[in-house]
Design a protein around this ligand. Sequence first.
Ligand SMILES: [Fe+2]
Ligand SMILES: [Fe+2]
Length: 538
Amino acid sequence: MDTEGSGQELSRRQVLSTAGLAAIAVPLATRRHAPALVRRPDQAGAPGPEQVHVQFGADAATQVAVSWATAAAVSRPRLRLGQASLGHGQQAPAEGRAYTEALTGEIVQTYHVPLTGLHPDTQYVYEVLNDGAAPVTGTFRTGPRGRSRGFRFTSFGDQAIPAAVGLGLGPWTPNAGFIVPAVERLDPLFHLFNGDLSYANVSDAPVATWASFFNNNTRSAANRPWMPAAGNHENEVGNGPQGYLSYQTRFELPDNGSDEFRDNWYAFTVGSVRVISLNNDDVCLQDGGFSGFRRDHVPTYVSNGDNPYINGYSSGQQEQWLQRELARARGSDEIDWIIVCMHQVAMSSAHFNGADLGIRQNWLPLFDRYGVDLVVAGHEHHFERSFPVRGILPGSTVLTPAPQGTDPSLMDTSTGTVHMIIGGGGHSTPTPVSDFDMPHDGVLITSVGPGSPQVQHPTITTTEPAPWSAYRDLQTPYGFASFDVVPHEPGGTTSITVTHYGADLGSPVYSPRDQFVMRKSLNVHRQGDQLAGAATTR
Ligand SMILES: [Fe+2]
Ligand SMILES: [Fe+2]
């Protein structure tokens, strides 16, 4: 039995009560992280749910997971689900998962309720609760089935938190708070968080940093899935073999078939879009997970042999999974768009981190072969986007991607992959204008110098031509992008309209700064009766 604290009469797969709603099966397989054995208070005044957030399952039309944390283990954590007009008619027990923060010894208690068998394109309401505490409410909408309806999603990375915690070692700005209602105002179906979430790995108070992060974002993330990719700052050395134990414990993401690396990469389908989330630290050359504070203060750093440099950690498992995923998606009549959400970038024109040759060597040949349409990434703390790219520039020794097309406002992704850097989520160090080469060079990490678990490997960079660069914003340090998906249009095309919203430091006003359209033909066999009915954007 893997359920922590539910203890009630209902089993994991049991269909719960009715109230006229569709049956909800509460699955799921046992997770690898054993729940901590801690006493559970059952009296009034128990800690209640906080940090509530939702995630899609592998099929966004029918699967959603609700997750939260409590300040201590609690009795009978559970979720009540319903629809607005019918009340909370069904109840499901939560699975508890905990981890111990290596830096401080704190036990972090999280709860998760994966829901299956939901109706497509349907609004649900829920509340999460435990004995002795008030419920916390939220809502979510399931994805549309196939090409039945358009939808909107949003994306940014590199957010951090809205106010200092602990000694204030981690990044924070008011914009890390302002961006949340700015996203929420657009009412996206879901949000792609392209890595570097809380920056807890550089904080003296990592647990409080995560709490600040989730409690800041729950205004939106409790109402629509915020689907993450793990960035270099999710590597909290000492928390699990690769430092991802906090990330893995706090999220409930679609199964990738690996118990060891579950949550590190995954995929889900929403409408006719297949979204693939990758963990680039597996292939990046840069030593991006290094934290001097954790080196100096995690008590077991030396005795455990902790090492934040994790290049190659999956021994090719992620790449093999990616190839299978891409082949399956590109071969599916149900999928028109393949979108990759990841953190570090394949191209950049800034001397900030720079792009990483490891991504070009490992991922881009697969993106080319299987026709990935769009990549959203962060890591560079600014906004920049490419023309569709495929192949490499003739004679390039550093695999510089070759642009296909010259129109920055209308792009056909059947000719190549559009890459976007959307790294202005809120970090206190946006890419300075002085980091951009004038004229317009690309910047690439080609190797690293000597290093060790105690000494960060220095990066070695080079510059290159940047004919792939379609647009960059040097004016507004903070921002996010929205994506309006139209699954079919008159004439047999499908499109995604992208809008970048930017804001100044200290300003809650996020204004449109840039817009472009990706459009391509639907395959002929997809233009028949399965496209009946107008598709509208919501
Ligand atoms: Fe970052
Ligand atoms: Fe990063």
